[in-house]
Design a protein around this ligand. Structure first.
Ligand code: HEM
Ligand SMILES: [Cu+2]
Length: 637
C-alpha cells in the first residue's frame, strides 16, 4: 500500500439499497449498467474462445476431420464476430460505463435511459446472433463478409441474413452509447476539470466514442445495402447486374480500420492509468499522449485501403495508403516510448494489473511491427490472406486489446465490486496467458511466410506446417486453461475477495476518492478539481512530479447550478453541498429501455420471419419511443 492510501479499515459498502432482478432490469445507474456489460461481454468472450478452440483443434494435425468444412467456416466467422462485436467492444464499454463518470466526478452519464437502452439492444442483438447455432446456420463468409460470398445467388441459407440483421441491431447499440459518452464527457465534468486535466482513460474514451459514432455509420450503410440486396432484390454488390463487390470492401474497411482503433484506443487509456499508478509516477508526456491519441484516431480514417492492396487499386492509391499506414506508426511509437519513460525510474510494484500492463507493451509492439510490415504494399501481396495476417491480428487484438483489458479488470475490479481479485491466482493467470498467447500466435508468422493460407479448413501433410500448427493449438489450450482460472477468480472474488477500501492501489484519479463500490450518487459532494492527479496532491513526494495545474493555478470561476464553487469553503458539516443542495436528482428506473430494445430486435428479426412482424414491431417501436419521451424524469434524491 502506498503513502497516499487514506483508508483505515476497509468496510464493505453496498452499491445501492435496491436489489432484486427487477431493479436490474429497470436500472439506469451507469455503474449497474457497467456491471451488466461486464458479465455479459465476459460470457461472450468465453463463447468466442470456445469457437477458437474448435478451430484450433481442427488444425492440430494435417487432414483432420474433427469439423466439417462448412462448420469450420461458420466457426472462424463467428469467432471473429463474437470477439469483436460481442466480447471486446462491449467489455471496453463496461469500463466506459463504470469508470468514466467516476473519473470526471459526475453523478451519472448524460442520458441514463439511453445508456440502459444500448445495453439491452446489445444483449438482445448478441442473443439474436447466437440463435443460428441451433440450426447450424451461423454466418460463414468471414467477419468481413466479402461480396460475392454474401450475395443471394451464392449464399442461399440464413447464414448471412443473421450476419446482416445482427450487425444492424448491434450497430444501433454502439452508436447510441457513443453519443451518450461524447455528451457526458464534454458536459458533465466536475468543476475545474478542464479538458487537459481529464484522466487519460477518459480522453481515449472520448476519441473512441467519436470513432464509433462515425465508423458505425459507415458499417450501417454497408449492411443496409446488403440487406436490400438480400431481401428486396437490389444489386449493390451484384456484378451480373452492374453492381460492384469492391464497393463492399471499401465500405467495410472504411469501418473496419477505425474499428481496430476503437478496440485499441480505450486500452491505450487503461494502460496509461495502470502504469503511472504502479510506477508511482505521473504519466510521462500527458499532452503528447492526448494528441497522439487524437492523431491515431484521425489518421485511422485515411488508411482503409491497406486491406485492399490485393484488389489492384493502382500504384497511386497503393502508395497513398501505404504511406498513410506507415505514418500511424509515428503516434503509436510515441505512445510506446512514453509508457517506457513512465516506467523509467519509477518505484514499480508488480501487481497482476501491472504484469499485464507491462507485457502489453511488448506484445502490442510486436503486432504494431508486423502491421508496418504489411503496410509495404508489395510485401503485403505476399502476406495477405496467409497466417501472417492472423499473427498480426492476434498480436494487436490479444497481445493488445485482451492483455490491456485484463490489466484494466485487475485494476478496476476492486472499485466495481469492493473486493480485490486474488493476486496469487492472478499471477498464474498472467503467466499462463502470456506463454499461451506467444506459443499460439508467434509460430503463425512463420506459417504465413511459409505459405499456409488463412481460413483453410485443413492442410496436407508434408508441407512443413505440422509442428507449428501443433504448437499453436497447444498454446491455445493454455490460454483456455488460463481463462477458466480467471473466470474462477472473478466469480470467487466478488464475494470472498479481500476488501478493497476506497483506494487500494494509491491511485491518483477521482474514481478512487469515493467508496468501493461507490454509492448510487457516486460522490456525496461534487469534487472540485485543481490538477490532473487530484489524489496525489496531498502527497509531498508525488506532488512534486505532477505537471501542470497544482493548487496555485486558479481554477477560474467555476459555477455549478448557478453557484460559484471554485471559491467555496466548507466551514462546517451543515453547509456542505450535497446532491440535494445542488438540486441534482438521480433519474428514476425505467422499463422502457428493455421494451424498446425488444421491439427493435423483433423489427429486424421480422425480415427473416414475416414482413408483418417487422411492420408490427415498427409500430411498437414508435409507440415505445413516444412513451419513453413522455416518461416523467424526476424522482427522489
Ligand atoms: C502501427 C499499427 C498498425 C499497422 C501499421 C497495421 C497495418 C495493417 C495492415 C496493412 C493490414 C492488412 C493486412 C492484410 O490484410 O494483408 C492489417 C490487418 C489487420 N489489422 Fe492492423 N495495423 C496496425 C495496428 C493494428 C491494431 C492496433 C489492430 C487492432 C487492435 C489491428 C488489427 C488488424 C486486423 C484485425 C487486421 C486484419 C483484418 C482481417 O483481414 O480480418 N491492427 N493491419
Ligand atoms: Cu487496417
Amino acid at each position: 500500500m502506498g503513502a497516499t492510501t487514506v483508508t483505515a479499515i476497509p468496510v464493505p459498502t453496498k452499491a445501492s439499497a435496491k436489489s432484486g432482478i427487477w431493479s436490474w432490469i429497470t436500472t439506469v445507474d451507469h455503474k449497474r449498467i457497467g456491471i451488466l456489460y461486464f458479465w455479459t461481454s465476459f460470457c461472450f468472450f468465453l463463447v468466442g474462445g470456445l469457437e477458437a478452440l474448435l478451430v484450433r483443434t481442427q488444425l492440430i494435425v494435417p487432414e483432420n476431420d474433427f469439423l466439417t468444412a462448412d462448420f469450420y467456416n461458420q466457426m472462424f466467422t463467428m469467432h471473429a464476430v463474437t470477439m469483436v462485436f460481442l466480447a471486446l467492444m462491449p467489455l471496453t464499454a463496461a469500463f466506459f460505463n463504470y469508470v468514466v463518470p467516476l473519473q470526471i466526478g459526475a453523478r451519472d452519464v448524460a442520458f441514463p435511459r439511453l445508456n440502459a437502452l444500448s445495453y439491452w439492444i446489445y444483449l438482445l442483438g448478441g442473443l439474436f446472433s447466437t440463435v443460428p447455432i441451433f440450426f447450424g446456420q451461423f454466418p460463414n463468409a468471414g467477419w468481413f463478409a466479402y461480396a460475392n460470398l454474401t450475395t443471394p445467388q451464392f449464399s442461399t441459407g440464413l447464414n448471412i441474413d443473421f450476419y446482416v440483421l445482427g450487425l444492424q441491431v448491434l450497430g444501433i447499440s454502439s452508436i447510441i452509447s457513443s453519443i451518450n459518452f461524447i455528451v457526458t464527457i464534454l458536459n458533465l465534468r466536475a468543476p475545474g476539470m478542464r479538458l487537459m486535466r481529464m484522466p487519460i482513460f477518459t480522453w481515449m474514451t472520448l476519441i473512441t466514442a467519436v470513432l464509433i459514432a462515425t465508423a458505425m455509420a459507415v458499417l450501417t450503410i454497408a449492411v443496409t445495402e446488403l440487406m436490400f440486396d438480400r431481401f428486396f432484390g437490389t444489386n449493390f454488390y451484384n456484378v451480373a447486374k452492374g453492381g460492384d463487390p469492391v464497393l463492399w470492401q471499401h465500405l467495410f474497411w472504411m469501418f473496419g480500420h477505425p474499428e481496430v482503433y476503437i478496440l485499441i484506443l480505450p486500452i491505450f487509456g487503461m494502460i496509461s492509468e495502470v502504469l503511472p499508478t504502479f510506477a508511482r509516477k505521473p504519466l510521462f508526456g500527458y499532452n503528447v499522449m492526448v494528441f497522439s491519441g487524437i492523431l491515431i484516431g484521425w489518421l485511422g480514417w485515411g488508411v482503409w485501403s491497406h486491406h485492399m492492396f490485393a484488389t489492384g487499386l493502382g500504384p497511386i492509391a497503393d502508395a497513398f495508403f501505404a504511406m498513410g499506414t506507415m505514418l500511424i506508426a509515428i503516434p503509436t511509437g510515441i505512445k510506446i516510448f512514453n509508457w517506457l519513460a513512465t516506467l523509467w525510474g519509477g518505484s514499480i510494484r508488480f501487481t497482476t494489473a501491472m504484469l499485464f500492463g507491462t507485457a502489453f507493451i511488448v506484445t502490442f509492439t510486436i503486432g504494431g511491427l508486423s502491421g508496418v510490415m504489411h503496410a509495404v504494399a508489395p510485401a503485403d501481396l505476399q502476406q495477405t490472406d496467409t497466417y501472417f495476417v492472423v499473427a498480426h491480428i492476434h498480436y494487436v487484438f490479444f497481445g493488445g486489446t485482451v492483455m490491456g483489458l485484463w490489466a484494466g479488470i485487475y485494476y478496476w475490479f476492486p472499485k466495481m465490486f469492493g473486493r480485490l481479485l486474488d493476486e496469487k491466482l492472478g499471477v498464474v493467470h498472467f503467466w499462463l496467458t502470456f506463454i499461451g498467447m506467444n506459443l499460439t500466435f508467434f509460430p503463425m508468422h512463420f506459417l504465413g511466410l511459409h505459405g499456409m493460407p488463412r481460413r483453410t479448413f485443413t492442410y496436407a501433410d508434408g508441407l512443413g506446417f505440422n509442428g507449428m500448427n501443433m504448437l499453436a493449438t497447444i498454446g491455445s489450450y493454455l490460454i483456455g486453461a488460463a481463462t477458466l482460472l480467471f473466470a474462477y477468480n472473478l466469480i470467487r472474488s466478488v464475494r470472498r475477495g479481500r476488501l478493497a477500501g476506497n483506494n487500494p492501489w494509491g491511485a491518483a484519479t477521482l474514481e478512487w476518492q469515493t467508496s468501493s463500490p461507490p454509492p448510487e450518487y457516486n460522490f456525496a459532494e461534487i469534487p472540485v478539481v485543481r490538477s490532473r492527479m487530484p489524489l496525489w496532491e496531498d502527497d509531498p513526494v508525488l506532488k512534486a512530479g505532477i505537471p501542470h495545474g497544482r493548487h496555485q493555478e486558479d481554477t477560474g470561476a467555476v459555477t455549478l447550478a448557478g453557484q460559484d464553487v471554485s471559491e467555496l469553503e466548507y466551514p462546517d458539516d451543515e453547509s456542505k453541498m450535497s446532491a440535494h443542495d445542488l438540486g441534482i436528482h438521480l433519474p428514476p428506473p425505467s422499463i422502457y429501455p428493455i421494451v424498446l430494445a425488444l421491439c427493435i430486435t423483433i423489427f429486424f428479426s421480422g425480415f427473416m420471419i414475416h414482413w408483418g412482424v417487422a411492420v408490427a414491431a415498427a409500430f411498437a417501436t414508435a409507440l415505445t419511443i413516444f412513451a419513453m419521451a413522455f416518461e416523467p424524469g424526476h424522482s427522489g434524491h
